[in-house]
Design a protein around this ligand. Structure first.
Ligand code: CDP
Length: 240
């Protein structure tokens, strides 16, 4: 499949149109950013690990009945996806308190909430993706009530599939961010990749962070951590 033009020229992800107007190629780079892209670096191999992790997670979700925009892995760093019209809303799931929720509510990282927490954010670079609630999402027309119900039920399913899958490879799925979009026929699909850039993954045995927090907090060994997640995910039979 040939690329015909760039749709999204991101730092860690680039999205290209193809000869087929319904399909895009997503290409992962070795670049990493944090703190509104102020902090940047190149992590050798990151594109390969993130693409591999994202493809594997999409396959697992599809096998478990979650519709996603993923079609197939094309190469180490590229995947083919359906082109969706993405809803400018992030859905964050928190199984363990960390990051912005810990800061906002003055809580220790590592507390397990009574129920998983679902946060919505309005995707806007200028506004820095502010937290919104259900009625705000409805009021500004991001989604209908029916779509919101569907989004929550799909996100619950994603979490219910991924928590035990990560546990089986010795990792706690602390939190993750995802997004949804509409397919050309109007159906709703998960249209975002889940990688250590967008999820917090803690090693169960050691508590070590295996995600972008290593970069945010200058813990080093970022590439090694992403590689570790990639290798565990793609060799799951070894953990049976
Ligand atoms: O990461 P940060 O502390 O700024 O925000 P958070 O609200 O605690 O993020 C929860 C999870 O969503 C983390 O795994 C983030 O990496 C991810 N996230 C993301 O991928 N993109 C965003 N724009 C916001 C959060």
């Amino acid at each position: 499949m040939e690329k015909t033009g760039i749709v999204h020229d991101g730092v860690s992800i680039k999205i290209y149109d193809t000869e087929d107007p319904e399909k895009v190629i997503i290409s992962f780079t070795d670049e990493i950013t944090a703190y509104k892209k102020i902090k940047k670096a190149v992590i050798k191999g990151k594109g390969k690990y993130c693409n591999g992790i994202s493809c594997e997670i999409s396959r697992i979700l599809q096998e478990n009945g979650v519709p996603t925009s993923f079609i197939e892995k094309l190469s180490d760093t590229e995947q083919l996806c359906w082109k969706t019209s993405v809803i400018p809303m992030e859905v964050i799931v928190r199984n363990v308190i960390a990051g912005s929720m810990a800061q906002r509510l003055g809580l220790e990282e590592g507390i397990v909430p009574k129920e998983p927490v679902y946060d919505l954010c309005y995707k806007s670079d200028i506004l820095c993706d502010p937290l919104i609630n259900d009625s705000q999402a409805l009021a500004i027309g991001l989604v209908s009530q029916e779509e919101l119900n569907q989004i929550y039920s799909m996100t619950q399913k994603v979490n219910a599939v991924l928590v035990p899958m990560f546990k089986s490879i010795g990792i706690t799925l602390v939190d993750f961010k995802t997004e949804y979009g509409h397919m050309p026929d109007g159906s709703l699909v998960m249209s975002d990749d889940i990688t250590p850039d967008s999820a917090r993954l803690w090693d169960i045995a050691t508590g070590q962070r295996l995600d972008k927090d290593r970069f945010r907090h200058d813990n080093g060994k970022v590439g090694e951590a992403y590689k570790d997640v990639y290798e565990r995910l793609t060799n799951r039979e070894k953990f049976l």
